[in-house]
Design a protein around this ligand. Structure first.
Ligand code: GRF
Length: 194
């Protein structure tokens, strides 16, 4: 299954997916790594891994989100992508791109959805006095962080946790959860296509 990974920054989840795809028994291969920011450090990691990369900057297009998404969509189609994985892609999508990839676009979010959609999840989980926190892989729908949940992983919240420390504990789980959930998703897709 040819996949694309969309990033905006550091790309540690992308790296976890790259490592998974390097395993001979893994059901995905990376057809494209795309960033909306030229300064995303993850793009260099992808280049060095010898993967096809593309930067389609969103900034010059300002508020014209549709114009940007049309370019992104064209790049995904051109690369023959079947499933799109958002991995720290910091753009709210319009119904255009969500609709084009309905049921074929995954996102990873650093909370146990439906708790704490949006930003600053670790800080908010600590402030709310949560004793469990974690991450979620879900299908992307029009509502931000709202799509059907495909997989979750939990971590404990310690009484003296800082947002930074908690984020690191969650991130380790993200790096396991995303490749595992994507693999299951792709295998189920292959079965239901038969
Ligand atoms: C991760 O915490 C992910 O859950 C969230 O953004 C962060 C991206 O980190 N959507 P990275 O770029 O994968 O390192």
């Amino acid at each position: 299954h040819p996949i694309a990974i969309l990033i905006s920054g550091r790309g540690s989840n992308m790296r976890a997916l790259i490592e998974a795809c390097a395993r001979p028994d893994y059901p995905a291969r990376i057809a494209l790594v795309l960033s909306n920011r030229a300064d995303a450090t993850g793009i260099e990691v992808a280049r060095q891994a010898g993967l096809p990369t593309k930067i389609i900057e969103s900034k010059p297009l300002g508020r014209n989100r549709l114009a940007h998404e049309e370019q992104v969509n064209a790049a995904l189609e051109e690369a023959g992508v079947e499933v799109v994985c958002l991995a720290g892609y910091m753009r709210v999508l319009t119904p255009f791109l969500v609709g084009a990839w309905k049921g074929r676009m995954l996102n990873i979010h650093p909370s146990l959805l439906p708790a704490f959609p949006g930003l600053d999840t670790h800080e908010r989980a600590i402030e709310a006095g949560m004793t469990r926190h974690g991450c979620t892989v879900h299908l992307v729908t029009d509502g931000v962080d709202e799509g059907p949940i495909l997989g979750q992983a939990e971590v404990p919240v310690h009484p003296d946790d800082t947002p930074h420390g908690l984020a690191a504990r969650v991130l380790e789980e993200e790096h396991r959860l995303y490749p595992a959930t994507l693999a299951t998703f792709l295998l189920n897709r292959a079965i239901s296509a038969r």
